[in-house]
Design a protein around this ligand. Structure first.
Ligand code: AMP
Length: 450
Protein backbone atom coordinates (compact mmCIF):
# COMPACT_ATOMS: atom_id res chain seq x y z
CA UNK A 1 0.00 0.00 0.00
CA UNK A 2 1.19 3.54 -0.60
CA UNK A 3 -0.22 6.93 0.35
CA UNK A 4 -2.05 7.17 -3.03
CA UNK A 5 -4.39 4.42 -1.82
CA UNK A 6 -5.54 6.58 1.07
CA UNK A 7 -7.09 9.08 -1.26
CA UNK A 8 -5.58 12.13 0.42
CA UNK A 9 -5.43 15.59 -1.15
CA UNK A 10 -2.73 17.46 -3.00
CA UNK A 11 -1.50 19.64 -0.11
CA UNK A 12 -1.05 16.52 2.04
CA UNK A 13 0.71 14.62 -0.74
CA UNK A 14 3.05 17.53 -1.26
CA UNK A 15 3.83 17.71 2.45
CA UNK A 16 4.51 13.95 2.57
CA UNK A 17 6.71 14.28 -0.51
CA UNK A 18 8.75 16.99 1.20
CA UNK A 19 9.19 14.72 4.19
CA UNK A 20 10.26 11.91 1.91
CA UNK A 21 7.56 9.54 3.19
CA UNK A 22 6.22 7.24 0.52
CA UNK A 23 4.42 4.41 2.26
CA UNK A 24 2.13 4.53 5.28
CA UNK A 25 3.32 2.65 8.36
CA UNK A 26 1.10 -0.29 9.49
CA UNK A 27 -0.75 1.78 12.10
CA UNK A 28 -1.35 4.54 9.55
CA UNK A 29 -2.71 1.99 7.11
CA UNK A 30 -5.07 0.48 9.64
CA UNK A 31 -6.22 3.57 11.48
CA UNK A 32 -6.92 5.71 8.43
CA UNK A 33 -10.32 4.32 7.42
CA UNK A 34 -11.60 4.09 10.98
CA UNK A 35 -10.69 7.68 11.85
CA UNK A 36 -11.90 8.79 8.43
CA UNK A 37 -15.31 7.16 9.03
CA UNK A 38 -15.89 9.18 12.20
CA UNK A 39 -16.13 6.15 14.52
CA UNK A 40 -14.56 6.06 17.97
CA UNK A 41 -11.22 4.29 17.90
CA UNK A 42 -8.66 2.87 20.28
CA UNK A 43 -5.26 2.34 18.75
CA UNK A 44 -2.67 0.21 20.44
CA UNK A 45 0.65 1.40 19.13
CA UNK A 46 4.04 2.25 20.54
CA UNK A 47 5.62 5.61 19.90
CA UNK A 48 7.82 5.41 16.86
CA UNK A 49 5.26 3.54 14.80
CA UNK A 50 4.00 6.70 13.12
CA UNK A 51 0.87 7.02 15.25
CA UNK A 52 0.74 10.82 15.16
CA UNK A 53 0.22 10.78 11.41
CA UNK A 54 -2.12 7.80 11.82
CA UNK A 55 -4.74 10.11 13.36
CA UNK A 56 -3.60 13.40 11.84
CA UNK A 57 -3.74 12.39 8.17
CA UNK A 58 -7.49 11.63 8.18
CA UNK A 59 -8.26 14.51 10.56
CA UNK A 60 -6.44 17.10 8.46
CA UNK A 61 -7.88 15.65 5.27
CA UNK A 62 -11.40 16.24 6.61
CA UNK A 63 -10.80 19.57 8.31
CA UNK A 64 -12.46 22.26 6.23
CA UNK A 65 -11.06 25.77 6.05
CA UNK A 66 -12.74 27.99 8.61
CA UNK A 67 -12.27 31.37 10.17
CA UNK A 68 -14.08 30.52 13.40
CA UNK A 69 -12.06 31.11 16.53
CA UNK A 70 -12.97 28.04 18.58
CA UNK A 71 -10.87 24.94 17.96
CA UNK A 72 -12.50 21.95 16.30
CA UNK A 73 -9.85 19.36 17.04
CA UNK A 74 -8.40 18.75 20.49
CA UNK A 75 -5.34 16.56 21.05
CA UNK A 76 -4.53 15.75 24.67
CA UNK A 77 -1.07 14.45 25.51
CA UNK A 78 0.57 13.74 28.88
CA UNK A 79 3.74 15.81 28.74
CA UNK A 80 4.95 19.20 27.59
CA UNK A 81 7.57 17.56 25.41
CA UNK A 82 4.90 15.65 23.56
CA UNK A 83 2.88 18.85 23.00
CA UNK A 84 5.90 20.38 21.28
CA UNK A 85 6.51 17.27 19.24
CA UNK A 86 2.91 16.74 18.11
CA UNK A 87 2.56 20.41 17.12
CA UNK A 88 5.74 20.00 15.13
CA UNK A 89 4.40 16.94 13.32
CA UNK A 90 1.07 18.67 12.55
CA UNK A 91 2.92 21.67 11.18
CA UNK A 92 4.97 19.43 8.92
CA UNK A 93 1.76 17.93 7.52
CA UNK A 94 0.08 21.33 7.21
CA UNK A 95 2.88 22.90 5.22
CA UNK A 96 0.56 23.61 2.27
CA UNK A 97 -2.66 24.11 4.23
CA UNK A 98 -3.88 27.09 6.22
CA UNK A 99 -4.21 25.35 9.57
CA UNK A 100 -3.99 27.24 12.81
CA UNK A 101 -2.25 24.93 15.28
CA UNK A 102 -1.49 25.80 18.89
CA UNK A 103 0.24 23.88 21.67
CA UNK A 104 -0.44 24.74 25.31
CA UNK A 105 1.09 23.27 28.46
CA UNK A 106 1.58 24.08 32.11
CA UNK A 107 4.61 25.67 33.70
CA UNK A 108 4.56 28.60 31.30
CA UNK A 109 2.76 31.93 31.36
CA UNK A 110 -0.98 31.32 30.96
CA UNK A 111 -1.67 34.89 29.82
CA UNK A 112 0.55 34.54 26.78
CA UNK A 113 -1.36 31.35 25.95
CA UNK A 114 -4.71 33.12 26.45
CA UNK A 115 -3.66 35.70 23.89
CA UNK A 116 -2.64 32.95 21.49
CA UNK A 117 -5.99 31.18 22.02
CA UNK A 118 -7.87 34.41 21.31
CA UNK A 119 -6.24 34.62 17.87
CA UNK A 120 -8.32 31.65 16.75
CA UNK A 121 -7.29 28.01 16.41
CA UNK A 122 -8.23 24.95 14.37
CA UNK A 123 -6.22 22.28 16.16
CA UNK A 124 -5.30 22.58 19.81
CA UNK A 125 -2.67 20.31 21.37
CA UNK A 126 -2.60 20.43 25.17
CA UNK A 127 -1.71 18.82 28.43
CA UNK A 128 -4.87 18.18 30.49
CA UNK A 129 -4.18 20.55 33.41
CA UNK A 130 -3.45 23.62 31.33
CA UNK A 131 -6.34 22.87 28.98
CA UNK A 132 -8.75 22.77 31.90
CA UNK A 133 -7.43 26.03 33.35
CA UNK A 134 -7.83 27.76 30.01
CA UNK A 135 -11.35 26.38 29.62
CA UNK A 136 -12.33 27.57 33.09
CA UNK A 137 -10.98 31.04 32.33
CA UNK A 138 -13.54 31.11 29.50
CA UNK A 139 -11.01 32.42 27.03
CA UNK A 140 -11.02 28.97 25.49
CA UNK A 141 -14.37 27.70 24.21
CA UNK A 142 -14.62 23.97 23.68
CA UNK A 143 -18.16 23.85 22.31
CA UNK A 144 -16.98 23.34 18.73
CA UNK A 145 -14.74 20.36 19.41
CA UNK A 146 -15.68 17.62 16.95
CA UNK A 147 -12.72 15.35 17.43
CA UNK A 148 -10.92 14.46 20.62
CA UNK A 149 -7.62 12.63 20.44
CA UNK A 150 -6.04 11.32 23.63
CA UNK A 151 -2.50 10.21 22.98
CA UNK A 152 -0.50 7.97 25.34
CA UNK A 153 -3.54 7.20 27.48
CA UNK A 154 -1.54 4.73 29.52
CA UNK A 155 1.02 7.36 30.48
CA UNK A 156 -1.76 9.84 31.17
CA UNK A 157 -3.40 7.51 33.67
CA UNK A 158 0.00 6.61 35.09
CA UNK A 159 0.62 10.25 35.88
CA UNK A 160 -2.74 10.48 37.67
CA UNK A 161 -4.66 12.47 35.05
CA UNK A 162 -7.84 10.38 35.23
CA UNK A 163 -9.83 13.02 37.12
CA UNK A 164 -8.66 15.79 34.89
CA UNK A 165 -9.67 13.79 31.82
CA UNK A 166 -13.14 13.19 33.25
CA UNK A 167 -13.52 16.91 34.03
CA UNK A 168 -12.59 17.69 30.45
CA UNK A 169 -15.06 15.12 29.04
CA UNK A 170 -17.75 16.95 31.03
CA UNK A 171 -17.18 20.24 29.27
CA UNK A 172 -16.81 18.83 25.76
CA UNK A 173 -19.79 18.48 23.44
CA UNK A 174 -21.19 14.97 23.77
CA UNK A 175 -21.42 14.55 20.00
CA UNK A 176 -17.81 14.11 19.07
CA UNK A 177 -15.42 11.51 17.74
CA UNK A 178 -13.05 9.98 20.28
CA UNK A 179 -9.70 8.67 19.20
CA UNK A 180 -7.31 7.18 21.74
CA UNK A 181 -3.83 5.80 21.53
CA UNK A 182 -2.07 3.72 24.10
CA UNK A 183 1.19 1.82 23.94
CA UNK A 184 0.02 -0.77 26.43
CA UNK A 185 -3.39 -2.02 27.40
CA UNK A 186 -3.72 -1.72 31.14
CA UNK A 187 -6.71 -2.24 33.43
CA UNK A 188 -6.93 1.51 33.91
CA UNK A 189 -7.10 2.12 30.18
CA UNK A 190 -9.74 -0.58 29.80
CA UNK A 191 -11.83 0.95 32.59
CA UNK A 192 -11.64 4.42 31.05
CA UNK A 193 -12.73 3.07 27.67
CA UNK A 194 -15.70 1.15 29.01
CA UNK A 195 -16.81 4.07 31.20
CA UNK A 196 -16.67 6.81 28.59
CA UNK A 197 -16.60 5.52 25.03
CA UNK A 198 -19.17 4.00 22.75
CA UNK A 199 -17.92 0.61 21.56
CA UNK A 200 -14.77 1.98 19.97
CA UNK A 201 -13.14 0.07 17.16
CA UNK A 202 -9.80 -1.38 18.17
CA UNK A 203 -6.84 -1.08 15.91
CA UNK A 204 -3.59 -2.62 16.97
CA UNK A 205 -0.35 -3.39 15.29
CA UNK A 206 1.61 -4.78 18.18
CA UNK A 207 0.10 -6.39 21.22
CA UNK A 208 1.58 -5.24 24.49
CA UNK A 209 4.81 -7.12 24.89
CA UNK A 210 5.64 -7.54 21.24
CA UNK A 211 8.91 -5.77 20.60
CA UNK A 212 9.50 -4.30 17.18
CA UNK A 213 11.37 -6.75 14.95
CA UNK A 214 13.94 -4.21 13.92
CA UNK A 215 15.29 -3.76 17.47
CA UNK A 216 18.07 -6.16 18.42
CA UNK A 217 18.25 -6.78 22.15
CA UNK A 218 21.11 -7.93 24.34
CA UNK A 219 21.83 -7.97 28.07
CA UNK A 220 24.70 -8.01 30.55
CA UNK A 221 24.80 -9.35 34.09
CA UNK A 222 26.69 -6.72 36.08
CA UNK A 223 27.32 -6.94 39.84
CA UNK A 224 26.80 -3.33 40.91
CA UNK A 225 26.45 0.38 40.07
CA UNK A 226 30.14 1.18 39.68
CA UNK A 227 30.76 -1.82 37.44
CA UNK A 228 27.77 -0.71 35.37
CA UNK A 229 29.43 2.70 35.04
CA UNK A 230 32.70 1.05 33.96
CA UNK A 231 30.93 -1.09 31.38
CA UNK A 232 28.95 1.88 30.10
CA UNK A 233 32.09 3.98 29.75
CA UNK A 234 33.83 1.14 27.95
CA UNK A 235 30.98 0.96 25.43
CA UNK A 236 30.67 4.72 25.03
CA UNK A 237 34.35 5.09 24.12
CA UNK A 238 33.36 3.56 20.78
CA UNK A 239 31.94 6.80 19.43
CA UNK A 240 31.40 5.43 15.96
CA UNK A 241 29.07 2.59 16.94
CA UNK A 242 27.46 4.34 19.88
CA UNK A 243 26.69 7.53 18.03
CA UNK A 244 23.36 8.51 19.58
CA UNK A 245 22.74 6.83 22.90
CA UNK A 246 19.71 7.12 25.12
CA UNK A 247 20.37 5.84 28.64
CA UNK A 248 17.47 4.99 30.91
CA UNK A 249 17.41 5.01 34.68
CA UNK A 250 14.44 4.47 36.96
CA UNK A 251 14.55 7.57 39.15
CA UNK A 252 15.83 11.15 39.33
CA UNK A 253 18.52 10.61 41.95
CA UNK A 254 20.03 7.82 39.90
CA UNK A 255 19.90 10.03 36.78
CA UNK A 256 21.84 12.76 38.58
CA UNK A 257 24.30 10.31 40.06
CA UNK A 258 25.03 8.70 36.72
CA UNK A 259 25.29 12.12 35.08
CA UNK A 260 27.92 13.16 37.62
CA UNK A 261 29.96 10.02 37.01
CA UNK A 262 29.82 10.16 33.21
CA UNK A 263 30.39 13.91 33.20
CA UNK A 264 33.99 13.29 34.31
CA UNK A 265 34.73 11.55 31.01
CA UNK A 266 32.07 12.62 28.51
CA UNK A 267 31.53 16.20 29.60
CA UNK A 268 30.79 17.77 26.21
CA UNK A 269 28.70 14.94 24.89
CA UNK A 270 26.27 14.46 27.73
CA UNK A 271 22.86 15.76 28.79
CA UNK A 272 20.14 14.63 31.21
CA UNK A 273 16.36 15.01 31.59
CA UNK A 274 14.09 14.23 34.51
CA UNK A 275 11.04 15.87 36.05
CA UNK A 276 13.06 17.96 38.55
CA UNK A 277 14.81 19.79 35.75
CA UNK A 278 13.14 22.93 34.47
CA UNK A 279 11.10 22.92 31.32
CA UNK A 280 13.70 25.01 29.49
CA UNK A 281 16.55 22.79 30.63
CA UNK A 282 14.71 19.70 29.40
CA UNK A 283 13.77 21.17 26.05
CA UNK A 284 17.35 22.35 25.55
CA UNK A 285 18.76 18.93 26.47
CA UNK A 286 16.41 17.18 24.07
CA UNK A 287 17.24 19.62 21.30
CA UNK A 288 20.99 19.17 21.82
CA UNK A 289 20.56 15.41 21.67
CA UNK A 290 18.26 15.57 18.67
CA UNK A 291 20.54 17.79 16.59
CA UNK A 292 23.63 15.77 17.47
CA UNK A 293 25.39 18.34 19.68
CA UNK A 294 25.24 15.81 22.46
CA UNK A 295 25.78 12.13 21.81
CA UNK A 296 24.45 10.83 25.12
CA UNK A 297 21.15 11.55 26.87
CA UNK A 298 20.29 10.20 30.32
CA UNK A 299 16.56 10.07 31.02
CA UNK A 300 13.99 8.72 33.45
CA UNK A 301 11.05 6.65 32.19
CA UNK A 302 8.29 9.21 32.44
CA UNK A 303 10.33 12.01 30.92
CA UNK A 304 11.42 9.95 27.97
CA UNK A 305 8.07 8.47 27.08
CA UNK A 306 6.87 10.09 23.93
CA UNK A 307 10.32 11.39 23.07
CA UNK A 308 10.56 11.42 19.33
CA UNK A 309 14.16 11.35 18.32
CA UNK A 310 15.29 9.71 15.14
CA UNK A 311 18.39 7.64 14.64
CA UNK A 312 18.93 6.67 18.26
CA UNK A 313 21.67 4.08 17.73
CA UNK A 314 21.35 2.50 21.18
CA UNK A 315 18.94 2.43 24.07
CA UNK A 316 20.82 1.38 27.20
CA UNK A 317 18.79 0.29 30.18
CA UNK A 318 21.25 1.19 32.92
CA UNK A 319 18.86 -0.47 35.34
CA UNK A 320 16.36 -3.20 34.63
CA UNK A 321 12.83 -1.80 34.66
CA UNK A 322 10.64 -3.29 37.35
CA UNK A 323 7.63 -3.18 35.04
CA UNK A 324 8.09 -5.07 31.84
CA UNK A 325 5.95 -2.51 29.98
CA UNK A 326 8.50 0.17 30.78
CA UNK A 327 11.13 -1.92 29.08
CA UNK A 328 8.94 -2.02 25.98
CA UNK A 329 8.58 1.75 26.11
CA UNK A 330 12.29 2.27 26.58
CA UNK A 331 13.50 0.08 23.75
CA UNK A 332 10.82 1.59 21.49
CA UNK A 333 12.89 4.81 21.47
CA UNK A 334 15.26 3.16 19.07
CA UNK A 335 14.45 1.44 15.78
CA UNK A 336 11.93 4.15 14.98
CA UNK A 337 10.03 4.29 11.71
CA UNK A 338 11.34 0.83 10.85
CA UNK A 339 15.03 1.71 11.10
CA UNK A 340 17.44 -0.69 12.80
CA UNK A 341 17.95 -0.14 16.50
CA UNK A 342 19.89 -1.74 19.33
CA UNK A 343 19.02 -2.09 22.98
CA UNK A 344 21.00 -3.30 25.97
CA UNK A 345 19.98 -3.96 29.52
CA UNK A 346 22.29 -4.11 32.55
CA UNK A 347 21.07 -6.21 35.47
CA UNK A 348 22.40 -6.95 38.91
CA UNK A 349 21.49 -10.09 40.83
CA UNK A 350 18.67 -8.22 42.51
CA UNK A 351 17.26 -7.33 39.10
CA UNK A 352 17.13 -10.88 37.71
CA UNK A 353 13.49 -11.25 38.61
CA UNK A 354 12.63 -8.21 36.50
CA UNK A 355 14.51 -9.72 33.56
CA UNK A 356 12.40 -12.84 33.89
CA UNK A 357 9.24 -10.70 33.88
CA UNK A 358 10.36 -8.92 30.72
CA UNK A 359 11.27 -12.16 28.97
CA UNK A 360 7.94 -13.69 29.90
CA UNK A 361 6.05 -10.67 28.56
CA UNK A 362 7.95 -10.80 25.27
CA UNK A 363 7.94 -14.56 25.16
CA UNK A 364 11.60 -14.60 24.22
CA UNK A 365 15.01 -14.69 25.87
CA UNK A 366 17.29 -11.69 25.63
CA UNK A 367 20.74 -12.93 24.51
CA UNK A 368 23.30 -12.60 27.32
CA UNK A 369 26.70 -11.07 26.58
CA UNK A 370 29.90 -11.45 28.62
CA UNK A 371 31.34 -8.33 30.23
CA UNK A 372 34.44 -7.47 28.12
CA UNK A 373 37.77 -8.27 29.81
CA UNK A 374 38.83 -4.62 29.75
CA UNK A 375 35.99 -3.61 32.06
CA UNK A 376 37.04 -3.24 35.67
CA UNK A 377 34.81 -5.08 38.12
CA UNK A 378 34.26 -2.83 41.08
CA UNK A 379 33.52 -3.99 44.59
CA UNK A 380 32.51 -0.56 45.85
CA UNK A 381 28.82 -0.30 46.63
CA UNK A 382 26.44 2.65 46.56
CA UNK A 383 24.09 3.35 49.43
CA UNK A 384 21.17 1.38 47.96
CA UNK A 385 23.35 -1.66 47.35
CA UNK A 386 24.85 -1.94 50.82
CA UNK A 387 23.27 -4.46 53.16
CA UNK A 388 20.91 -2.73 55.53
CA UNK A 389 22.56 -2.43 58.97
CA UNK A 390 20.12 -3.05 61.78
CA UNK A 391 20.22 -0.61 64.67
CA UNK A 392 21.44 -2.36 67.79
CA UNK A 393 19.42 -0.60 70.41
CA UNK A 394 16.31 0.15 68.48
CA UNK A 395 13.79 0.92 71.23
CA UNK A 396 10.87 0.15 68.94
CA UNK A 397 11.96 -3.15 67.46
CA UNK A 398 12.87 -5.51 70.31
CA UNK A 399 14.55 -8.79 69.63
CA UNK A 400 12.59 -11.75 71.03
CA UNK A 401 15.05 -12.41 73.81
CA UNK A 402 14.43 -8.89 75.06
CA UNK A 403 10.66 -9.27 75.00
CA UNK A 404 8.94 -8.63 78.33
CA UNK A 405 8.39 -11.92 80.17
CA UNK A 406 6.48 -12.77 83.37
CA UNK A 407 7.26 -10.76 86.53
CA UNK A 408 10.16 -12.21 88.53
CA UNK A 409 8.55 -11.95 91.97
CA UNK A 410 5.64 -13.82 93.48
CA UNK A 411 2.40 -11.95 93.75
CA UNK A 412 1.37 -11.00 97.26
CA UNK A 413 -1.49 -13.00 98.75
CA UNK A 414 -3.92 -10.15 98.45
CA UNK A 415 -3.21 -9.73 94.76
CA UNK A 416 -3.34 -13.40 93.92
CA UNK A 417 -7.01 -13.77 94.82
CA UNK A 418 -9.04 -15.53 92.21
CA UNK A 419 -11.29 -13.31 90.12
CA UNK A 420 -14.73 -14.74 90.61
CA UNK A 421 -16.46 -12.45 88.18
CA UNK A 422 -20.16 -11.75 88.51
CA UNK A 423 -20.99 -14.86 90.54
CA UNK A 424 -18.99 -13.48 93.45
CA UNK A 425 -21.70 -10.92 94.10
CA UNK A 426 -24.35 -13.59 94.42
CA UNK A 427 -22.20 -15.74 96.67
CA UNK A 428 -21.90 -12.83 99.09
CA UNK A 429 -25.60 -12.08 98.78
CA UNK A 430 -26.49 -15.69 99.53
CA UNK A 431 -24.16 -15.72 102.50
CA UNK A 432 -25.76 -12.68 104.12
CA UNK A 433 -29.28 -13.59 103.07
CA UNK A 434 -30.24 -10.13 102.03
CA UNK A 435 -29.78 -8.08 98.88
CA UNK A 436 -26.61 -6.13 98.75
CA UNK A 437 -28.59 -3.29 97.24
CA UNK A 438 -32.26 -2.70 97.29
CA UNK A 439 -32.51 -2.87 93.56
CA UNK A 440 -30.97 -6.33 93.12
CA UNK A 441 -33.72 -7.71 90.91
CA UNK A 442 -32.13 -11.09 90.58
CA UNK A 443 -32.03 -11.57 94.34
CA UNK A 444 -35.69 -10.68 94.57
CA UNK A 445 -36.59 -12.96 91.69
CA UNK A 446 -34.69 -15.87 93.15
CA UNK A 447 -36.33 -15.42 96.57
CA UNK A 448 -39.80 -15.18 95.03
CA UNK A 449 -39.28 -18.49 93.22
CA UNK A 450 -38.35 -20.12 96.52
P1 AMP B 1 5.33 8.71 15.98
O1 AMP B 1 5.09 7.25 16.25
O2 AMP B 1 4.09 9.40 15.56
O3 AMP B 1 6.01 9.37 17.11
O4 AMP B 1 6.30 8.82 14.69
C1 AMP B 1 7.62 8.36 14.66
C2 AMP B 1 8.45 8.99 13.54
O5 AMP B 1 8.15 8.39 12.29
C3 AMP B 1 8.24 10.47 13.34
O6 AMP B 1 9.48 11.10 13.28
C4 AMP B 1 7.51 10.59 12.04
O7 AMP B 1 7.81 11.80 11.38
C5 AMP B 1 7.99 9.39 11.26
N1 AMP B 1 7.00 8.89 10.32
C6 AMP B 1 5.65 8.97 10.44
N2 AMP B 1 5.05 8.39 9.39
C7 AMP B 1 6.02 7.92 8.58
C8 AMP B 1 6.02 7.21 7.33
N3 AMP B 1 4.91 6.87 6.73
N4 AMP B 1 7.21 6.90 6.80
C9 AMP B 1 8.36 7.21 7.43
N5 AMP B 1 8.44 7.89 8.60
C10 AMP B 1 7.28 8.23 9.18
Amino acid sequence: MNFEDLNLNTPLYNALDDLGFTTPTPIQEQAFNVVNSGKDMVGIAQTGTGKTFAYMLPIIKNLKYSTQEEPRVLVLVPTRELVVQVVDEIEKLSKYINNRVLGVYGGTNINTQKQAVAQGIDILVATPGRLYDLALSRVLQLKSIQKLVIDEVDVMLDLGFRHQLINIFDILPSRRQNIMFSATMTQDVDALISDFFKSPQRVSIAISGTPLDNISQTRYNVPNFYTKVNLLEHLLYDTETFNRVLIFVAYKRMADRLFEKLDETFHDELCVIHSNKTQNYRLRSIEQFRNGDNRILIATDVMARGLDIDNVSHVINFDTPLYAENYMHRIGRTGRAEREGKSMVFSTKAEQESIEGIETLMNMEIPLLEIPMAVKISTELIEEERPKIKERNNPIKRKDEDAPGPAFHEKSKKNSKENLGGSYKFKIAAKYKKPKTRGDKNYNKRNKRK
